[in-house]
Design a binder for this molecule. Structure first.
Ligand code: ADP
Ligand code: MG
Length: 581
């Protein structure tokens, strides 16, 4: 409604001008009447402005609300998807979906809709008014306009293509700078500064190249459309002028006609621009929909999903596992029973230890009949109740940029300070935390204190210990912890293992001396199972790891590794993982 009113007011203005001009020419109006006309125009212009504001506000507001709804739905959905999905879709892609694609949907529903309605109504109304003055002249005048719409559309789509490149290049620049600054020490040690600068310069140049293209198209757009509009003007002046001379139309009509023509220029450009906007919006919507149609492979709650209590036995029965989308199995024919007590898992890098941990944490789907908890197939157990049985310390410590207490209490935010301190004590980190300026309230990460690799690992351990889950799973997460702290931690873990299951992946054998069982993995297969002494006698791989470690001990290679590891751990876990793999 507001929209109609706006266009109506807008269209009346040239009519008034017509009256005024015709009146002036025929000397039928005086100064006060002219003032009245002026006042009327002023009033109408004001009404146009207010109404235009109103309906724009309504549509833009609506498009923002819509954007918010889609964003929330997308985020909610993303969190429900599992590792199999994230294995296929990188973070960059998903971020683009939540930013660029969402923006183009919002643009189509907001500015696109506004411009489309505005342009259609305006051009329809303007053309009708022109036709009212003189139909033939109208036909001649609008002849070049389809050309204008097509040109704008063409330029707009090119503009968008280059603009997208510019954005991509810009994120490359940011990424490059971030990488260099984060890894400044590595850069200096390998004396790569000059090479890095050169690399940065190349990316910067390509950014400028694309920006210049954008500038060029932006530069062409308005002159080109202005030129086409002027062709129309030419037609009108030529033919319309002759009609005025011959008296077919009045001078006022002629002037009004030209005003209508100028009103048409923008809608015609808008049509080209809008069709491009809509097309982009639709493609983006399709991309978002594609992700929304994804279903988690692991169903969080199976209808008949059983809840599970204290686990007494976990069994793998000829377990074979292939990562989604790959064809080579990474675990082969593993048969193993796990009972309360400490189970060690050792093996060379790449032998499948972390993969086994991921399966225990139910991060990937497993076939039926291969993995049981308390004799129940895991596929029949409610996923969340299954995960709550377990606290998992992954191979690389992931810490958030918040306080130390916040990091430890991540899995149980309601917990008391005593419990947090007890967990830190058990992870042999309490004294070091107390030595920080703000104790447990010390901020860590980008804007807080930097922690050594060993400190990070022990905080991650404390986070898991706090949960007191019946299954504690530690994936080689103490590699940077020094021997003395490790002894203290092991004392706690052994006590804990008397009533619970503790599964510990490590390549340091000393903590496993008192393990109930040690499993040796090699190339995805379980090659030996037994206690330390038995394995020394029976397993060649175990002996090899043992020998390697003994020599390492003598070189004191085993102590805490601060330095570089420390600087990378917060920011790029990806890098660390790819190193580990
Ligand atoms: N998310 C993954 N997707 C595909 N392959 C993987 C993934 N994680 C590990 N792998 C592969 O599985 C094998 C076993 O890796 P992993 O379980 O991490 O070994 P470990 O922890 O014993 O060093 C390696 O060959 C590795 O490349
Ligand atoms: Mg591993």
């Amino acid at each position: 409604m507001a929209l109609l009113a706006v266009d109506l007011c807008q269209l009346v203005i040239p009519r008034i001008i017509k009256w005024a001009v015709d009146g002036l020419r025929n000397h039928t109006i005086d100064g006060s009447q002219l003032r009245n006309y002026a006042a009327l125009i002023m009033l109408l212009a004001l009404a146009v402005a207010v109404l235009r504001f109103l309906w724009r506000y309504l549509i833009l507001g609506f498009s923002r609300l819509l954007e918010q709804d889609i964003r929330d739905a997308l985020f909610h959905h993303l969190l429900s998807l599992d590792s199999a999905f994230y294995q296929r879709r990188g973070p960059g892609q998903l971020i683009a979906l939540a930013t660029n694609d969402l923006t183009s949907v919002q643009m189509a529903c907001g500015m696109g809709l506004i411009a489309a309605i505005d342009a259609l109504l305006m051009s329809f109304a303007a053309i009708s008014c022109m036709a009212y003055i003189d139909p033939r002249l109208t036909l001649l005048a609008v002849l070049p306009f389809p050309l204008l719409a097509v040109t704008t559309r063409f330029l707009a789509s090119r503009l968008h293509r280059h603009f997208k490149r510019v954005q991509e290049q810009f994120s490359l620049i940011t990424e490059e700078a971030r990488g260099a600054i984060n890894n400044i020490r590595l850069l200096k040690i390998y004396t790569r500064e000059a090479a890095q600068c050169a690399q940065f310069d190349i990316i910067g140049r390509s950014y400028i190249k694309h920006s210049l293209k954008v500038a060029k198209i932006q530069g062409i757009l308005f002159p080109a459309s202005g030129f086409i509009a002027n062709i129309s003007l030419l037609i009108i002046v030529f033919f319309g002028g002759r009609m005025v001379i011959s008296g077919a139309i009045s001078i006022g009509g002629f002037v009004a006609f030209i005003s209508y023509l100028f009103m048409l220029t923008w809608p015609m450009m808008a049509l080209g621009w809008v069709s491009n906007l809509f097309q982009r919006g639709l493609t983006s919507l399709a991309r978002i929909q594609e992700v929304m149609d994804e279903r988690p492979v692991l169903r969080p709650v199976i209808a008949a999903g059983r809840k599970i209590g204290q686990p007494d036995i976990i069994s793998f029965h000829h377990l074979t596992f292939t990562y989604p989308g790959q064809n080579r199995p990474r675990l082969k024919d593993i048969t193993l029973d796990i009972r309360p007590g400490l189970l060690g898992i050792v093996g060379r890098t790449g032998s499948g230890k972390s993969t086994l941990c991921a399966l225990l944490a139910r991060l990937y789907p497993v076939e039926r009949g291969q993995f049981f908890i308390n004799k129940l197939d895991v596929n029949d157990i409610d996923l969340n109740s299954c995960r709550r049985l377990l606290s998992f310390v992954p191979q690389s410590a992931v810490l958030f940029s918040t306080t130390i207490a916040g990091n430890i209490a991540f899995g149980a935010p309601e917990t008391t300070r005593e419990d947090i301190e007890a967990a830190a004590e058990a992870a042999a980190i309490h004294d070091e935390i107390m030595a920080f300026p703000h104790g447990y309230e010390t901020e860590i990460g980008e804007r807080g204190v930097r922690l050594s690799g060993g400190q990070q690992q022990r905080i991650a351990l404390a986070r898991a210990l706090l949960l007191r889950a019946p299954i504690l799973l530690i994936d080689d997460a103490l590699a940077a912890v020094d021997a003395e702290a490790e002894d203290r931690i092991m004392a706690h873990i052994l006590a804990y293992a008397e009533e619970n299951m503790v599964i510990m992946v490590t390549n340091r054998l000393s903590p496993l001396r008192r393990a109930r069982q040690i499993a040796v993995l090699d190339n995805g297969r379980l090659t030996a199972l037994g206690r330390h002494r038995e394995l020394i006698a029976a397993s060649e791989i175990y002996r090899e790891i043992y020998a390697h470690q003994e020599s390492g001990n003598n070189n004191t290679n085993n102590t805490e590794n601060t330095g570089l590891q420390n600087s990378t751990a917060h920011t790029s876990n990806l890098t660390r993982q790819s190193y580990a793999a």
